[in-house]
Ligand binder design. Structure first.
Ligand code: PEP
Ligand code: MG
Length: 875
């Protein structure tokens, strides 16, 4: 049997998202449950992959299935492509497994040609509308399918308006628009060297191909990488009978949500415009009305609409985002999907749906994207400062949060300035999909035009970036690069602050603060904690970080990088002295300075953790991060050490390494200079004894040895620690339990983990180094060439951010198995960056690790990801 590549809407259902895309599967489902949906068919995601495999061609067998479905669509609607009495017009839209708003292409009004347009003019008794649709189609097809610049068409419209002496598009008459159609076709011929295709079947096939190509346009690729969606998913294409919201005052179009996507309130929410097409709303060109107004304007339609919205929400058991069109008084639903929402709204909706009995806690846990939680932990304005600030404008509160930065006028600028470490707020008339990278880089987004469902608003909410949209009272001159409000001019050197919760805009710098976990957030996280099996610890190097981590729900510290305790200005001298000492005596002088600092830090961390476990790692300084390089620093240090500048400089030169990431770091340092490990072991144990005595916390320090590759080096360093600890315990006349374990971050350690586990009481996977060493990519240099790998589709993701489960993951699995073979109760965790990445956390759950450890701000995300992993695969 031949493969089925095309499905009519009555042939699919909601479970077929992978094949039909989210939009296609939902259109099928809606058709089946009796929602008024204009009929159509879906070309599957498989065809997208096949299109690329076949050298960007739609093969004959697929084409014939498309034509068969078209015939059925014609039969079902009673309309015909290119017909002179009742022509069929269709929309051609993308639709991947997950929605990627605005990232791919759409073609509307397809099927119009010189014959169909006349028929349409007659049918609607509205030639102006028919010719306006026709010119829009030519413009869209030329731009999207044939790459003829939109601007060229816009110029023609402007020229025509000038000739006719009119100001706005709607003042152009049917005849004017007919003239415009002729000019558009001529323009097309000039640009493409051929006639504009009048055969709707050719228009259709070219448009389907264009939508497939748009799967791989640069903004879609960036969006996929950002959201971790693989390229192999592909997009489906939906071909659907057109209904028109711009047929006059009894027609309209809207975008609506079954609950408020900004705050989660249980109320129908959205916007609509009478006499308009969907794109007018989404593009933010005209500012629409709140949907509640429709109730006054047309109570009968509103009632029907409300019933369907409620039906769809209970059917999908989730908040729905729907597109509607009213055509001459008849209501249609063009699509529905689980609506994108802010993190606040996601939490409220998840909690409400459980309380309303629609979902179980386990189901609700899956409704919030772990990465979204991030936005809740990000800054809000400092209340005292906010009280003093005076808004200079107010727009729509499109995506909550607070942002402050200097003004950036273009997406590229936002990206570049952010890369240089500057905080910027992107200020635009309106945003378009090409702006995606700049929107990611900006702290916040402010637009002059557009509503709550404009591109900027939708995308910002999805990313969790603060956004104020449609702030019409500020004047932005994108050419002059100025913002003007009430006569005051702001440039790219000025700060602007925006409040995405109130919509307020401030022409000044306002301090921001980190919020707490309260309300729905706390309830929801409580459920996640009840469900999950994987423990969550934090990587924290200071008492302050440790405190923050506990506030965010960390159950311990999984990695305290002791070298990070010395970046501070007043401490770096002592560390440099330790590193550059030429003999034991000099080094001991430095170590004596460091010991009390270390001890004080450990005390602070133990106290912040209130008895929860803490893993402290022995020093692992890549030398280049610590060596002095500036002449003044070398001079100062030489003075401190009582040696000459030249002596010290030559030591610094000797210490220079060609590849510091693989150099004299980790346990290698302790092998060369055991006195460093001795000092650290002493500080760790003395601090624990003191806190136990003073605060009564029962602390069991976990001492971790980094960068181990060989059992004998582990044993050597462990012996230094054990002997020191013994001494300290005896000196103090106390008893204290402690553990010694190791990081697994060198492939050799993973491969010999059965040996290593004889000495190590715990393993912590250092997947930053393990990734570096497995790929043979330097952590410091990989960013330089990974871009080329993404472009060539060799890698889709940064392996330093998302665990490479195939390679690095295989090593981890080997180490887990081997480690347990010699020490069945070995405690296992991960502390590389991957410990805060949802898909990597799922992997850790599935292979049975005991905990993940990540930065304090990612702790809530990790708690949720761990709970989701348990729901998906209970252990
Ligand atoms: C690691 O290598 O994964 C790790 C946590 O250690 P660091 O990043 O400090 O090398
Ligand atoms: Mg490491």
């Amino acid at each position: 049997m031949t493969n089925k590549y095309v499905y009519l809407f009555n042939e699919g259902n909601a479970s077929m998202k992978n094949l039909l895309g989210g939009k296609g599967a939902n259109l099928a489902e809606m058709t089946n449950i009796g929602i008024p949906v204009p009929f159509g068919f879906t070309v599957t995601t498989e065809v997208c992959n096949k299109y690329y495999e076949d050298g960007k061609k739609i093969s004959d067998d697929i084409m014939s299935q498309i034509y068969d479905s078209l015939t059925k669509l014609e039969e079902s609607t009673g309309k015909k492509f290119g017909d002179n009495s009742n022509p069929l017009l269709v929309s051609v839209r993308s639709g991947s497994r997950v929605s990627m708003p605005g990232m791919m292409d759409t073609i509307l009004n397809l099927g119009l040609n010189d014959v169909a347009v006349e028929a349409m003019a007659g049918l609607t008794n509205n030639p102006r509308f028919a010719y306006d649709s026709y010119r829009r189609f030519i413009q869209m097809f030329s731009d999207v399918v044939m790459n003829v610049e939109k601007r060229l068409f816009e110029n023609k419209i402007d020229e025509l308006k000038e000739r006719k002496g009119v100001e706005i598009d709607t003042d152009l008459t049917a005849d004017d628009l007919k003239e415009l159609v002729g000019e558009f076709k001529e323009l097309y011929k000039k640009e493409k060297g051929e006639e504009f295709p009048s055969d709707p079947k050719i228009q259709l096939m070219d448009s389907i191909a264009a939508v497939f190509r748009s799967w791989d346009n640069p903004r879609a690729i960036v969006y996929r990488r950002m959201n971790d969606y693989p390229g192999e998913w592909g997009t489906a294409v939906n071909v659907q009978e057109m209904v028109f919201g711009n047929k006059g005052e009894t027609s309209g179009t809207g975008v609506v949500f079954s609950r408020n996507p900004a705050n989660g309130d249980n109320e129908i929410y959205g916007e609509y415009l009478m006499n308009a097409q969907g794109e007018d709303v989404v593009a933010g060109i005209r500012t629409p009305l709140p949907i509640s107004k429709l109730k006054d304007q047309n109570p009968t339609i509103y009632k029907e609409f409300e019933d369907i919205v409620n039906k769809l929400e209970s059917h999908y058991k989730d908040m729905q985002d729907m597109e509607i069109t009213i055509e001459e008084g008849k209501l249609y639903f063009l699509q529905t999907r689980n609506g994108k929402r802010t993190a606040q709204a996601a939490l409220k909706i998840a909690v409400d749906l459980v309380e309303e009995g629609m979902l179980s806690k386990e189901q609700a846990i899956l409704k919030v994207e772990p990465k979204q939680l991030d936005t809740l932990l990000h800054p809000a304005f400092y209340t005292e400062d906010l009280k003093k600030a005076v808004p200079i404008g107010k727009g729509l509160p499109a995506s909550p949060g607070a942002a402050c930065g200097k003004i950036a006028f273009t997406a590229d600028e936002a990206k570049d300035r952010n890369a240089l470490g500057e905080d910027v707020v992107l200020v635009r008339l309106e945003t378009s999909p090409e702006d995606i990278e700049g929107m990611v880089a900006a702290k916040g987004i402010l637009t002059v035009r557009g509503g709550m469902t404009s591109h900027a608003a939708v995308v910002a909410r999805g990313m969790g970036t603060c956004c104020v949209a449609g702030c019409g009272t500020i004047k932005v001159d994108e050419k002059k690069r100025t913002v003007e409000v009430n006569g005051k001019v702001y440039t790219d050197e000025d700060f602007i602050s925006i409040d995405g919760t109130s919509g307020n805009v401030y022409g000044e710098k306002i301090k921001t603060v980190t919020p707490e976990i309260l309300g729905h957030f706390a309830i929801f996280m409580g459920w996640a904690d009840e469900i999950r099996k994987l423990k969550v610890r934090a990587n924290a190097d200071s008492p302050k970080d440790a405190e923050q981590a506990v506030e965010f729900g960390a159950e311990g510290v999984g990695l305290c990088r002791t070298e990070h305790m010395f970046f501070a200005e007043d401490r770096i001298m002592a560390v440099r002295q330790m590193i550059t000492s030429n003999d034991l005596e000099q080094r001991k002088v430095a170590l004596d300075k460091i010991l009390p600092m270390q001890k004080a830090d450990f005390i602070g961390i133990y106290e912040a953790l209130e008895g929860k476990p803490v893993t402290i790692r022995l020093l692992d300084p890549p030398l280049h991060e610590f060596l002095p390089s500036a002449e003044t620093d070398i001079k100062e240090l030489a003075n401190e050490m009582g040696i000459t500048f030249d002596e010290l400089q030559s030591t610094v030169q000797e210490l220079h390494e060609f590849n510091p990431m693989m150099g004299h770091r980790g346990c290698r340092l302790a092998v060369s200079y055991p006195e460093i490990a001795e000092m650290q072991a002493r500080a760790i144990i003395e601090a624990a004894i003191e806190v136990k005595k003073n605060k009564g916390y029962d602390i069991v320090p976990e001492i971790m040895i980094p960068l181990v590759g060989e059992i004998k080096e582990l044993k050597y360093v462990k012996d230094v620690i054990v002997n020191t600890v013994k001494k300290v315990i005896e000196e103090n006349g106390v008893t204290l339990e402690y553990k010694v374990g190791t990081m697994i971050e060198i492939p050799r350690a993973a491969l010999t983990a059965d040996e290593i586990a004889k000495e190590a009481e715990f393993f912590s996977f250092g997947t930053n180094d393990l990734t570096q060493m497995t790929f043979g990519f330097s952590r410091d240099d990989a960013a330089k060439f990974l871009g080329a790998y993404y472009d060539k589709k060799i890698y889709e993701q940064d392996p330093f951010a998302k665990l490479d489960q195939t390679g690095v993951g295989a090593l981890i699995k080997i180490a887990v198995e081997k480690g347990r073979s010699t020490r069945p109760d070995i405690h296992l965790g991960i502390c590389g960056e991957h410990g805060g990445d949802p898909s990597s956390i799922e992997f850790c759950h599935n292979i049975g690790l005991d905990y993940v450890s990540c930065s304090p701000f990612r702790v809530p995300l990790a708690r949720l990801a761990a709970a989701q992993a348990q729901v998906k695969q209970p252990r």
